[in-house]
Structure formats: structure tokens, C-alpha cells
Write a protein that binds this ligand. Structure first.
Ligand code: GDP
Length: 477
């Protein structure tokens, strides 16, 4: 496989930190320098490798230690995140026309890159209903299997043969079109490609096709004539996507070519072909970083079905070969919010619960979806609060937030300012004015808050009995 050598070398690097009990400036430095060599060996663009290494280093140095995760696992996760990032984060789907015109996809590229093949493969792909993966399922999903996701609607595709310079190109597209069951629009070789594309799109509309894939001319090298022709086609149509087909075997060239095309004619993405071949894979990592444009598809074989959407998360998982470690660390990171909840319980118990805690709590609730779920994070709490109480609480939370938004920082930290201190009434009046609510509402809110705080404190103390929360919150056994 393409990334086998990177993957095995990364495993070696991680061995250097595996034995350590935490990430230190020294072991991080050693690991990232090795990492840099591995990337350059894999033909990753120099600047992309440098910026990746710099980002990994900065994150790793600042990283908090997570329980139940060893330093090398933590390092894998950081590396994974950065790899995903340089490849563009989430997948970049193919555009759909926003008008009643068919969607026009223009394919460009140098001769031999696999453009004609990619045109037919893409037609087959778009004609077939696909399961689109949820971005979140990528890291855990293995290669090839469906995973979670939604089905896409099959498109009605017309292929347009606009490569009039290479005699065999039109024939080749027709043969491939037949293989994938897609009509090919052709006007022969003696016609201006701009006219072919214009008429092809008109024909598509007339015949009820919703997508047009144009196979444009390729040259041996980037030349002015090629760029000028693409520009003319782009202006005449205009396309929803301009996809540059680049050959992964050309390594760094693929990324530079994408940059050149983008600068000269403006493209929307790349199709990286021949990723199945004898390539070191560096182009997959470099295209986005160098050109700023995402890889949208990868070609992984000569067969018509050998075209896959490019999922940065899956690719990163494949490169580091440790998808399971990544999901382990993700789970451990989620447990950090349990730790936060424990800190909160401690504050409740000590009677230090303030309006900031309340805000944090309601943010967490929003994130987690429900009050009940949130309470399940506070040990024993879910049994102590009735369903009805939960319901009323959720409703009130929203209004309460507006009052807290109107408070000063000092007020948020010291709820007693609204009860015991002089000027408490004036403060409440101010909140009422600022939020356009009757003063009684604010008074009710303060009363509720204080009552809740007292109740939570008593409940929590009762429940936890002699448990030492300080100890639990600091993570010591
Ligand atoms: P064009 O000149 O850019 O139109 O290139 P072609 O579509 O004619 O492809 C050139 C050669 O590359 C053909 O032999 C294709 O079968 C081959 N090819 C294209 N894509 C892939 C791929 O993803 N993997 C492999 N192994 N070969 C490919």
C-alpha cells in the first residue's frame, strides 16, 4: 500500500516516546524531527512538512496530560489532527448547480494524468447512489466499509468530449462512456472546444441530464495555449467546478501543478490519480497545503469503479495506521468533561457555586442535549432530581441566562451581592431594565438560584458522604 512505509516509520518514532511517562520538550523534539524526515522521504512538500511539524510540536508541548492515555497515544492523536488539517479537514463534496442549468464539471490536466479515465469514472460514481459518510465516523471506520451516512441521489450524467487535439481522445472517451453506461456528446475534431462545450450543455439540458462532465484537452506541459483555451471555456459556460486531474506518481509536481492551475485559471479542487501505484503518497499530503485547493477524489486503479471520494480523516488514519488509538484518545478527551463536572460538584459542596458555574453548566447541557444527561455526570444526582424538576429547570435556564448575561463579572462571581449586600434591590432593578423583564422575574430568579444552590449543596454533601472530592477531582487514586 501507498503509505506502508510512512506508517511503519511512524510506528518506530512512537516507540521513542512510548516508554516515557509524559510528553516533554525533548522527546517531542526528537519525534518531530524524525517525523519531518519521514515526510520528506515520502515526497511531501518541504513547506508542508515544516508547517506540519511545527504545529504538532506546538500542540504537543502545550498538551495537558490525559488519564488512561500514554504519551505516544496522545502524540498519535495530535499528529492525526494535524494530518487531517493539512489535507483540508472534512471531505469536499462535488458542487451542484444552483440554477436550472445542468451542473458543469470541467476536467483539466496534463496528458497521461488520467483525465479521460477520471471523467468516465466520475460519471459512473455520480450515476450510482452513494452512501455519504458522516465526517464523525471517519476516524473509527475502517477502509472501504460503508459506515454511517446518508444516500446521495444518483445523477443523470452526460460526458462531453472537448479534447480535439489528441485523435484518440474522443474514441477513448466513447469507449469508456459505453463501459459506464453514459452518453458521450461529441462534435468531432474540427470544432472549437468552446462551441462543443456550449452545445454539449444545451444538449444536456434539452435531454434532461442534470450533470455535464467535460473532458478538456491535455498537453505535455503547462503552456499558454492550454491555459488560454481553458479560460475561454470557463468564461463561456461557466462551470460549477474546475477539477484538475493530477498524477500521484509525480509526487511534489502534483501539488505544484495544482498551485499553477489555480493561480492561472482558478480551480475548485483536484482529482489525484494512480494512488494505487508505486507512489510514496506525498502528493496526497501536499496538494491542499501548497495550492489551497482540496483533493476531491482519488483514483486507486484502472477499473471504472476505482475512484473514491477523498476523506482527509480516513487518509490520516491510514497514514498513521492507528485509527484505534485515535478513537481511544478521543474518548478519553470526552471524559475530561466528567472531570469538569466533578470540579463543579466540589464547588457546589463547598457553597461556592456562582453564576459563572451556572452558565458553564447550561453550556454543557446545551452540548450534551439534556439536563438529565448532564445530571448523570454528577455522581448520584440523577436519582435525586425528579423528571418534572428537570423539565421546569430546562425552561427556566434560558431566561436565567439572559439575566446573567446582563451581570458584571463581580456579580457573577458573588451571588450574595443580590441578597445580603446593600444595593441588592438596585442591582436587580438594573437587570430588569436591561433585559426588559419585570423586577419580580429577577427577584424570582435570584430566590430560585439561592434556593437551588442551597439544595444542591445539601444534596451533594449528603450523597457524597465522606467521599473526598478534592482527591477525586485531582485525579489521584
Ligand atoms: P489522460 O491523457 O489524462 O486522459 O489519461 P488517461 O485517462 O488516458 O490515462 C492514462 C493512463 O493512466 C491509462 O493507462 C489509465 O488506465 C491509467 N490510469 C488512470 N487513472 C489511474 C489510476 O487511478 N490508477 C492506475 N493504476 N492507472 C490509472
Amino acid at each position: 500500500m501507498v503509505f506502508d512505509s510512512i506508517t511503519s516509520k511512524i510506528t518506530g518514532i512512537l516507540d521513542t516516546i512510548r516508554g516515557a511517562d509524559k510528553l516533554t520538550a525533548e522527546n517531542i523534539e526528537e519525534a518531530v524531527q524524525e517525523m519531518r524526515k519521514v515526510l520528506l522521504d515520502a515526497d511531501v512538500n518541504f513547506q508542508v512538512a515544516n508547517s506540519l511539524v511545527k504545529a504538532v510540536k506546538e500542540k504537543a508541548v502545550g498538551e495537558r496530560r490525559i488519564d488512561n492515555v500514554n504519551p505516544s497515544q496522545q502524540f498519535v492523536k495530535i499528529l492525526y489532527d494535524e494530518l487531517v488539517d493539512i489535507m483540508g479537514g472534512d471531505e469536499a463534496p462535488i458542487a451542484t448547480s444552483a440554477t436550472d442549468q445542468p451542473t458543469v464539471l470541467l476536467l483539466a490536466g496534463l496528458q497521461g494524468a488520467g483525465k479521460t479515465t477520471a471523467a468516465a469514472k466520475l460519471a459512473l460514481y455520480l450515476q450510482t447512489p452513494q452512501t455519504r459518510l458522516d465526517a464523525s465516523g471517519d476516524a473509527e471506520g475502517g477502509e472501504g466499509e460503508g459506515g454511517k451516512g446518508t444516500m446521495t441521489k444518483p445523477r443523470k450524467v452526460l460526458l462531453v468530449a472537448a479534447d480535439v487535439y489528441r485523435p484518440a481522445a474522443i474514441d477513448q472517451l466513447q469507449i469508456l462512456g459505453e463501459r459506464v453506461g453514459c452518453e458521450v456528446f461529441t462534435m468531432g475534431q474540427d470544432v472549437d472546444p468552446v462551441d462543443i462545450v456550449k452545445q454539449g450543455v444545451a444538449y444536456a439540458k434539452e435531454q434532461g441530464y442534470d450533470t455535464v462532465i467535460v473532458d478538456t484537452a491535455g498537453r505535455q506541459v503547462v503552456d499558454d495555449a492550454l491555459m488560454a483555451e481553458l479560460k475561454r471555456i470557463k468564461e463561456a459556460v461557466p462551470p460549477d467546478e474546475v477539477l484538475l486531474v493530477v498524477d500521484a506518481m509525480t509526487g511534489q509536481e502534483a501539488a505544484l501543478l495544482t498551485q499553477t492551475f489555480n493561480e492561472q485559471i482558478g480551480i475548485s479542487g483536484a482529482i489525484l490519480t494512480k494512488l494505487d501505484g508505486d507512489t510514496r503518497g506525498g502528493s496526497a499530503l501536499s496538494v491542499r497545503g501548497v495550492s489551497g485547493k482540496p483533493i476531491k477524489f482519488v483514483g486507486v486503479g484502472e477499473g471504472m469503479d476505482k475512484l473514491e471520494p477523498f476523506y482527509p480523516k480516513r487518509m490520516a488514519s491510514r497514514i498513521i495506521g492507528m485509527g484505534d488509538v485515535v478513537s481511544l484518545v478521543e474518548k478519553a478527551q470526552k471524559q475530561m468533561s466528567e472531570r469538569d463536572a466533578l470540579d463543579l460538584t466540589k464547588r457546589i459542596q463547598k457553597g461556592q457555586y456562582d453564576f459563572n458555574d451556572f452558565m458553564k453548566q447550561s453550556d454543557m447541557i446545551n452540548k450534551m442535549g439534556s439536563v438529565g444527561q448532564f445530571l448523570s455526570y454528577i455522581p448520584g444526582m440523577s436519582n435525586m432530581v425528579s423528571r418534572d424538576q428537570i423539565k421546569t429547570m430546562s425552561k427556566k435556564f434560558r431566561k436565567y441566562r439572559t439575566f446573567i448575561d446582563a451581570m458584571t463579572e463581580e456579580e457573577r462571581e458573588s451571588p450574595d451581592l443580590f441578597t445580603k449586600e446593600k444595593g441588592a434591590q438596585q442591582r436587580m432593578r438594573r437587570l430588569a431594565d436591561e433585559t426588559d423583564e419585570p423586577i419580580e422575574e429577577v427577584q424570582g430568579f435570584v430566590r430560585d438560584f439561592m434556593k437551588q444552590r442551597r439544595q444542591m449543596m445539601l444534596m451533594s454533601r449528603q450523597m457524597m458522604g465522606g467521599a473526598d472530592l478534592d482527591k477525586a477531582a485531582s485525579g489521584d487514586e
